[in-house]
Design a protein around this ligand. Structure first.
Ligand code: DGY
Length: 313
């Protein structure tokens, strides 16, 4: 794995957990971008030159300019299951392997999806804000009534690993499951939207899924239904969603992702019927450590001449 000068040089955009850093530093010469936010584009372009591996985060834009500047790159290891932030075609043209971190974040993301479903259908955010303002008058029989999950239909759009894990959890709550899918005979999207009480999005962001849910789709949903998005913000037309929530075209929404993160559409903030989470899908200590570890194992494998563990295909 070593170069003539010693260990192969690797660029890391964000610090990883100590145990994972130790593994990477034992095998590679690691340079880290400064700061905690997403790496500035110019910073990435200038630092990637001469590096054999780039370990990137979902917030780093690894576009053609970065890839072209990476004259020695052999692998881009994205610490996320989604890889819409990486220009995979540009990497492929140069024979650079791209890897992601599937499986290890399935449970955490499915858990967060259920948390959003429960929070919005049981009006938790609204209740907490009421209480914190000091306005809660005490228990009342018909106060903040929400929707029970048992017997309701959960429509899962995109039945991959995370969609399946959400289905298993929702079944425990007594929900029936409908799903769309690329690979088997699922329900057509239109019918799923029209018949589901909760619609949860689990498709990756691609040119085909950008604004998959816009005004016409929201209009197709039941007025009593809820939309949950834990995949990628641009899968939903956020302005159309804010309009639909304000005008009670649907009952509510639970969002973990946004079209232009960290920006959130201003019209969403005053609405009581939307729960807003700051992209927490995979945010557990265990999961983030496992994601970082998998990315680093991909780097070590590829730089050592072995096949990647989880290549993007
Ligand atoms: C992913 O893995 O795609 C997540 O969104 C990162 O938290």
């Amino acid at each position: 794995m070593g170069t003539s000068a010693g260990k192969p040089p690797v660029l890391l955009t964000r610090k990883l957990p100590a145990s994972v850093m130790a593994r990477l530093e034992a095998a590679c010469e690691v340079e880290q971008c400064p700061g905690d936010g997403s790496a500035a584009h110019a910073e990435l372009v200038s630092r990637v030159a001469g590096k054999q591996a780039l370990v990137s985060m979902v917030t780093d834009t690894v576009n053609r300019a970065v890839i072209e500047a990476g004259d020695a790159l052999r692998i881009i290891a994205n610490v996320a299951v989604g890889y819409n932030n990486v220009d995979v075609a540009a990497a492929r043209e140069r024979g650079i392997i791209v890897t992601n971190t599937p499986d290890v974040l399935t449970d955490a993301t499915a858990d967060l999806t259920l948390a959003l479903i429960l929070a919005v259908t049981r009006r938790l955010g609204e209740g907490e804000r009421w209480l914190r303002r000091g306005d809660w008058p005490g228990w009342a029989f018909d106060q903040l009534l929400g929707m029970q999950l048992r017997g309701k239909q959960l429509g899962i759009v995109g039945f991959g690993r995370i969609g399946l894990a959400v289905a298993a959890r929702a079944a425990v709550f007594g929900m029936t499951i409908a799903h769309t899918s690329r690979s088997d005979a699922g329900m057509p999207l239109d019918r799923l939207l029209a018949t589901s009480d909760v619609v949860s999005l689990h498709v990756p962001l691609t040119p085909e899924t950008r604004h998959l849910i816009g005004q016409p789709e929201l209009a197709r949903m039941k007025r009593t239904a809820y939309l949950i998005n834990t995949t990628r913000g641009p899968v939903v037309d956020e302005a159309a969603l804010a309009w639909a929530l304000k005008n009670r075209l649907i009952a509510g929404a639970g969002l973990d992702v946004y079209e232009r993160e960290p920006e959130v559409h201003a019209d969403l903030f005053p609405l009581e019927n939307v729960v807003l989470a700051p992209h927490l899908g995979s945010a557990t200590t265990e999961t983030r450590t496992a994601m970082a570890d998998l990315a680093v194992r991909n780097v070590i494998a590829v730089l050592g001449g072995d096949p990647p563990l989880t290549p993007v295909t």
